[in-house]
Design a protein around this ligand. Structure first.
Ligand SMILES: Cc1ncc(COP(=O)(O)O)c(C=O)c1O
Length: 399
């Protein structure tokens, strides 16, 4: 049996056509396969590797923690250096209302817990999400996913969930005194890297405040510097009640978290007691990785440079086949006229040693979300490869 056959037989698949690179090692913006071929990573593990692969400082921090202890107790019982230092450092960088953090194990779990917190704070049940939103794959997150086709096989899901259109001003009136929480990505990912229109998120924020609904912002993809600020919502002049984080926060290890005020978080203490518990949330090894990643990310100018790097992409990614480039910072989506162009381009680029990917729902887009540490030369190299491939496809009559 070949490695690919074994892979397909023993590891449950989510697509019939996995990319199936056989990975050997990774460093910085590059990944090597077992044959020794190297690939420029313009994808960063679906936006997760903000500081690139195998950062030596992160590896050292993880190793130091491993040498001391790994899991010692369920979430919240023992005082452990790494999760405490990380929660303190991150919340001190955010707005004063966002001063307390709960670490969980994945993005979807952060969403689940955020929904629970909104319900607990308001004593209401109604949740409002956005059409074309993606928030994860467990039952609560799936309930908030804005594409019925992805959900119907798994119904019944959680009740009292409604959907507004992202950027629709009239739909803001759907938020009422019945609403426990409004859950939105600050920049819609799977939908096509859609930015909120000027003032729209501020109007949603205002409405939530008026009716006492909790505004939950999903920063799992845009967060941790990808869009030029530590959190994506900071570009749009709002402060959420609850922020869900994940992906990049872990520096390459699995993690999630939600952030709110101490007062709200304390509602999990009672009625019912232990309102949200997890065995591995705040795991010290993962927290050590989070802490060192956040230090690296914020001590220099990696985050502000993201917007400069966006300009380099936009300057070098010019081709008649690219109709527009959506997104912001290093969350960019070149758009093509035909739906299958991006799939074909992604596959051909892989053959040429460049990793890109697709978006969940927007099939006209190619997904580019490289490590924020990518160099100018690497960006120019990647753009050149993409444009060369598009030229070839054009000559072959494939565009
Ligand atoms: C915006 C957003 N929310 C939530 C999630 C779910 O995170 P996880 O896959 O860690 O459960 C993702 C993952 O892609 C995401 O992009």
């Amino acid at each position: 049996m070949t490695r690919l056959e074994e892979f397909k037989k023993y590891q449950a698949q989510t697509t019939p056509y996995p990319l199936a690179l056989d990975i050997d090692h990774a460093s910085g913006s590059w990944i090597w396969d077992k044959s020794g071929k190297k690939y420029l990573d313009l994808e960063a593990g679906v936006s997760a590797n903000v500081i690139g692969h195998s950062n030596p400082r992160v590896i050292k921090a993880i190793k130091n923690q491993l040498d001391k202890y790994m899991h010692v107790m369920v979430y919240g019982e023992f005082i452990q250096d790494a999760p405490l230092a990380f929660c303190k450092m991150l919340t001190e960088m955010l707005e004063p209302e966002l001063n307390c953090m709960y670490m969980v194990n994945s993005g979807t779990e952060a969403i689940e817990a955020s929904i629970k917190l909104a319900k607990r704070v308001t004593g209401r049940s109604e949740m409002i999400g956005a059409k074309w939103a993606y928030h994860g794959n467990t039952q609560g997150s799936l309930s908030m996913l804005g594409v019925e086709e992805q959900k119907s096989a798994f119904r019944p899901l959680i009740p009292d969930v409604h959907f507004m259109e992202f950027n629709n001003w009239d739909d803001i009136s759907m938020i009422t005194e019945r609403t426990a929480g409004v859950l939105l990505e600050s920049i819609q990912g799977g939908a096509g890297f859609i930015l909120p229109k000027d003032g729209w998120l501020t109007a949603v924020r205002k409405r939530c405040t008026e009716v006492g609904a909790q505004l939950i912002i999903d920063e799992i993809q845009p967060g941790f510097g990808r869009c030029g600020r530590l959190m994506g919502y900071q570009n749009f002049g709002i402060t959420p009640d609850i922020v869900a984080v994940g992906k990049a926060m872990g520096g390459g290890l699995p993690v999630g978290g939600f952030i709110s005020s101490l007062e709200k978080m304390q509602m999990f203490l009672d009625n019912p007691k232990m309102g949200h518990v997890t065995t591995f949330g705040g795991n010290p090894v993962i927290a050590a990785s989070c802490l060192e990643t956040l230090r690296i990310l914020t001590e220099g100018d990696i985050i502000p440079q993201t917007l400069e790097k966006e300009k380099i992409f936009r300057c070098h990614l010019v081709h008649p086949a690219i109709k527009e480039i959506r997104g912001m910072g290093l969350m960019l989506a070149p758009m093509f006229e035909k739906k299958d162009t991006s799939t074909l381009l992604m596959q051909r680029l892989l053959g040429k040693g460049v990793i890109t990917f697709l978006l969940l729902y927007e099939k006209h887009a190619l997904r580019l979300s490289p490590p924020l540490t990518i160099s100018e030369e690497e960006i120019i190299y990647g753009c050149k490869k993409i444009c060369e491939e598009l030229d070839l496809m054009q000559n072959e009559g494939l565009l």
